[in-house]
Ligand binder design. Structure first.
Ligand code: MRU
Length: 339
């Protein structure tokens, strides 16, 4: 079994504080919704599906804390990070239950259990795509830490390995916060899956030299036309994969698909602090007062995606629109009424 990123324990949301991995294992126990919001904002918990589940539990925390209405707690949590669609879907699932007089904690449990099942299904549906692959490249962390359990990009790799495939994973380090080197490598090492960490700018070299059989990434938001927002650097991997005739797969649960966004231009891209680019572990890596830009995500146009791996199967980009229609999830992204 892979690690579990977050769980409910003794009246609190417990989660791995991912900022400290792989060096230290620290568990946060959150009993106030403001603390859940801060954990999402500062990326103690990260990865679109895990953010959604944390926010769902954040709503449950608010309901038990007292002094919060469903709408006010939803607004607080929705203001943490803008790109991952799952955040808004997770909030809305519990906001609605709470506003209807149902148990918010039960609703958060149901939301998270369904997500975990979808990720396992992504693994089962995606594993056959890797039948002939020996090596897979992935970007950022789209493993269990990012999705509560199993992963999205890592789920097909895990299931293929369970079924006896011998896969090797190229792990992009994923600057500036190194989610690949710190988190994906940590998960793979724990599961005894062979891997090598590579500098982000080495991916083209390995794709060109024929050492990558497939690329699989997760997503933060997928528009109706199949454009994909994912961790910064994904776009260039997709272009390089196409140039080198390597299949490029995007794996995601339904909470990541946005029926309201017609295409990638409608996906908000988070810009984070310049310090994440200008420093490493608190030490400057550029001259004092250097300017920097730090978009956390980019958009890969649908034409670079070979296929989407979803809980209901493998889809071509042209099939996304109708699949979103069938599996539509509500979201608290638009401002909720004041109360
Ligand atoms: O900024 P992060 O670390 O939250 O970004 C995470 C990613 O971009 C992941 O690739 C994405 O959420 C997919 S996780 C299954």
């Amino acid at each position: 079994m892979p690690v579990r990123a977050l769980w409910w324990s003794h009246g609190a949301l417990a989660l791995y504080d991912q900022r400290w991995l792989p060096g230290e294992t620290r568990i946060l126990r959150l009993r106030r919704v403001r603390d859940v919001a801060e954990a999402i904002r500062n990326m103690s918990v990260r990865g679109a599906p895990s953010i959604g589940a944390a926010a769902a539990y954040g709503m449950a925390v608010a309901s038990r804390e007292g002094g919060w209405t469903p709408a006010r707690a939803a607004r607080l949590l929705a203001a943490t990070r803008p790109t991952a669609r799952d955040l808004f879907v997770g909030i809305e699932a519990v906001r609605q239950a709470w506003a209807d007089g149902n148990d918010p904690l039960r609703s958060a449990h149901v939301y998270t259990a369904a997500l975990v099942k979808e990720c396992r299904d992504i693994g089962e549906r995606g594993a056959p795509l890797l039948r002939r692959a020996k090596t897979v490249l992935t970007h950022c962390n789209a493993g269990a830490l990012a999705t509560v359990e199993w992963g999205t990009a890592l789920a097909p790799i895990r299931v293929a390995r369970e079924k006896g495939a011998e896969l090797f994973v190229w792990v992009d380090e994923t600057r500036p916060l190194l989610q690949g080197a710190r988190l994906t490598a940590w998960e793979l090492a724990k599961d005894h899956i062979p891997y090598a960490v590579i500098a982000d700018n080495a991916a083209g070299h390995f794709l060109h030299s024929g050492e990558v059989d497939a690329v699989i990434v997760g997503a933060d938001r997928i528009a109706r036309n199949g454009d994909v927002a994912n961790k910064i650097g994904t776009y260039e991997k997709a272009v390089l994969a196409k140039e080198n005739r390597v299949p490029f797969y995007v794996a995601a649960p339904w909470s990541t698909f946005d029926h309201e966004a017609a295409d990638g231009s409608q996906i908000p891209i988070e810009e984070r602090s310049a310090d994440e680019v200008l420093q490493f572990q608190g030490r400057s890596t550029a001259p004092a007062r250097s300017a920097a830009r730090n978009p956390a995500f980019d958009v890969t146009p649908a034409r670079y995606v070979t296929a989407f791996i979803t809980p209901e199967g493998v889809l071509k980009p042209a099939q996304v629109r109708s699949a979103i229609g069938r599996n539509r999830r509500g979201s608290a992204e638009r401002p909720t009424p004041r109360s």
